[in-house]
Design a protein around this ligand. Structure first.
Ligand code: HEC
Length: 135
């Protein structure tokens, strides 16, 4: 009886460990997906490259990131416009996925030179990574 209980407990803890490994793996995979972004984007606060910093991207309005000197990043007028008006575009897991999947389609006229990433699994992994890394 004792043996069975112990075996059950072991099985349970193995299952729990496997669960957390799976979650961590997604993020780690997402970090690798981010390799196709990092030439142009940093997740660090205040750091812009060819593209704006992605720090604090969740909940941020499109085309609104300012440099340390308080100057707006030189966005295209399409991206600035997307963040204005009656229904401003706000970056969430959902809108980010749509944008990264097809940048030119989701924000027509924006000038992010990225062809798009269609793979749903990779997109989810990327979002998992960004959620943590951009805090
Ligand atoms: C070759 C450079 C380049 C690559 C690669 C690139 N981006 Fe961009 N990104 C830009 C530029 C430039 C802009 C600004 C576009 C504009 O103003 O129209 C931008 C804009 C964005 C925005 C909107 C930011 C805001 O403040 O509104 C997000 C989000 C974003 N990129 C995420 C990503 C992610 C995630 C990847 C990788 C899958 C990626 N980008 C790959 C250059 C790049």
């Amino acid at each position: 009886m004792k043996y069975i209980a112990a075996a059950a407990l072991t099985a349970l803890s193995v299952t729990i460990a496997a669960g957390s490994v799976a979650a961590a793996a997604d993020e780690a995979k997402g970090k690798r997906v981010f390799n196709s972004c990092r030439a142009c984007h940093s997740v660090a606060a205040g750091v812009s490259k060819i593209g704006p910093s992605l720090n604090g991207i969740f909940g941020r309005t499109a085309g609104s990131w300012k440099k340390k000197n308080d100057k707006l990043f030189p966005y295209s007028s399409a991206m600035k416009k997307a963040g204005k008006g009656e229904k401003p575009l706000v970056w969430t897991a959902e809108t980010l996925k749509k944008y990264i999947a097809a940048p030119k389609k989701f924000v027509p006229g924006n000038r992010m030179p990225f062809p798009g990433l269609k793979n749903e699994k990779k997109l989810d992994n990327l979002i998992a990574y960004l959620k943590k890394a951009t805090k």
